[in-house]
Design a protein around this ligand. Structure first.
Ligand code: FES
Ligand SMILES: [Fe+2]
Length: 404
């Protein structure tokens, strides 16, 4: 960026602490990254019936995602009353034929149309209710049940945007034959740190055996065996990180071709055989969908939605939820480590902002990654920072696109 004295990311992959700390850079991210990408908001199984809705965020902007009361199209509308700006819908999920603003009682239909204005003689004859409905977000598209929206009217179609990530979304969309459903709500966590720390941590096999040592120790105590994790990270050639292009990245725990033949068993085994980041804020880990919501330069909300195979029986569903909670839940053994070590301590450490100290090193595996120009991908070893560079490369492109 030309607005800064020093680059935010150097050619040899030193990354400035400012990108996690500077409120001006955060504001620019909202305008350059979150306003010019497809942002995931909902899965269609969250909105099966007419009138079903959830509230969500497009960057920091609150939106209502709903299915029209007639059971038809999915709408994405700004959650902002056309009168004086109050958010009209307060609940996270529900079913409603109407949204009634609590401030002065303006009422909107399920497709956003303004249907009621108390004492409407106060606006004179020229007042056109039809022009004062909730404003729809410019673009909404769904891919295999995953609903995305964009603030950019000219953005490319969603399938093109997803690019090489589609293959992995297709796999998830067909787990257990019937695909997943998101019907158990979300486990939510909030941390005082930058949203990108969660993205970087989502595909990071390098940290696992250190940050989560107590978890691995408990497993060893209970099973009498050491986890094969470290050995796989260091030597298994089928454990690999891949930059899929366009900011998306994946880490495969074995070749997808092999997993594909066994997709049903894998779904029932409660595991997706890869971690996937879809730029900028959607991810899949183990058996959950992860949605990252930036709230401030140093505040992030993370929603974890367990993926339940549609055709799974109750015992399997219960097991998936239990397995999820034991690592990710509020009293679980995993998320807590990441929040403390990966987010809280990094946020503290990067306050060391003297220019000589203010650099993270994101170059791991740079010398050995394999570039496949034709497929538009870069392949690295499991512990290499290929996925982190994938998202930072696209992030920087979008941030610089605003420079004159
Ligand atoms: S702000 Fe909604 S009715 Fe006044
Ligand atoms: Fe972790």
């Amino acid at each position: 960026m030309t607005t800064a004295k020093e680059p935010l990311i150097t050619d040899d992959w030193h990354v400035s602490g400012r990108i996690y700390r500077d409120p001006d850079i955060f504001a620019r991210e909202l305008a350059q990254v979150f306003a010019h990408t497809w942002v995931y908001l909902a899965h269609e199984t969250e909105l099966p019936a007419g009138g079903d809705y959830k509230t969500a965020y497009l960057g920091r902007q609150p939106v209502i995602v709903n299915r029209g009361a007639d059971g038809g199209e999915i709408n994405v509308m700004f959650n902002r009353c056309r009168h004086r700006g109050s958010a009209v819908c307060q609940r996270e999920v529900g079913n409603a034929k109407y949204f009634r603003c609590a401030y002065h009682g303006w009422t909107y239909g399920s497709s956003g149309e303004l249907v009621g204005v108390p004492f409407d003689d106060g606006y004179g004859d020229g007042f056109d209710k039809r022009a004062m409905g909730l404003v729809h977000v410019p673009r909404v598209e769904s891919y295999r049940g995953f609903v995305f929206a964009s603030l950019d009217p000219g953005i490319e179609p969603l399938p093109a945007y997803l690019g090489n990530a589609r293959r992995y979304l297709d796999f998830i969309a067909s787990v257990g034959d019937g695909g997943p459903e998101l019907v158990s709500g979300a486990h939510k966590l909030v941390y005082r740190g930058n949203w990108k720390l969660q993205i970087e941590n989502t595909i990071d096999p390098y940290h696992f055996s250190f940050t989560h040592k107590s978890w691995l120790d408990i497993l060893k105590d209970r099973t009498g065996r050491s986890s094969p994790w470290v050995k796989n990270v260091r030597t298994n050639p089928d454990w690999r990180g891949i930059d899929l292009g366009r900011g998306h990245a994946v880490h495969e725990y074995g070749r997808l071709e092999d997993a594909g033949q066994n997709a049903h068993a894998i779904a029932i085994g409660e595991l997706i055989p890869f971690n996937l980041n879809v730029f900028p804020s959607l991810a899949f880990v183990g058996a959950h969908l992860r949605l990252v919501v930036p709230r401030a330069v140093d505040e992030t909300w993370v929603y974890l939605y367990p993926l339940l195979p549609k055709d799974a029986d109750d015992a399997t569903r219960a097991r998936i939820l239990r397995d999820h909670e034991v690592f990710y839940g509020p009293s679980g053994f995993g998320s807590t480590d990441d929040i403390e070590v990966g987010f809280d301590r990094v946020t503290r450490g990067i306050e060391c902002s003297a220019s000589s100290a203010d650099w993270a090193l994101m170059a791991r595996g740079l010398h050995r990654e394999v570039v496949d120009e034709e497929a538009g991908i870069r392949i690295g070893r499991s512990s290499d920072e290929v996925p982190q560079r994938a998202y930072l490369r696209r992030w920087l492109e979008l941030m610089e696109a605003g420079d004159e």
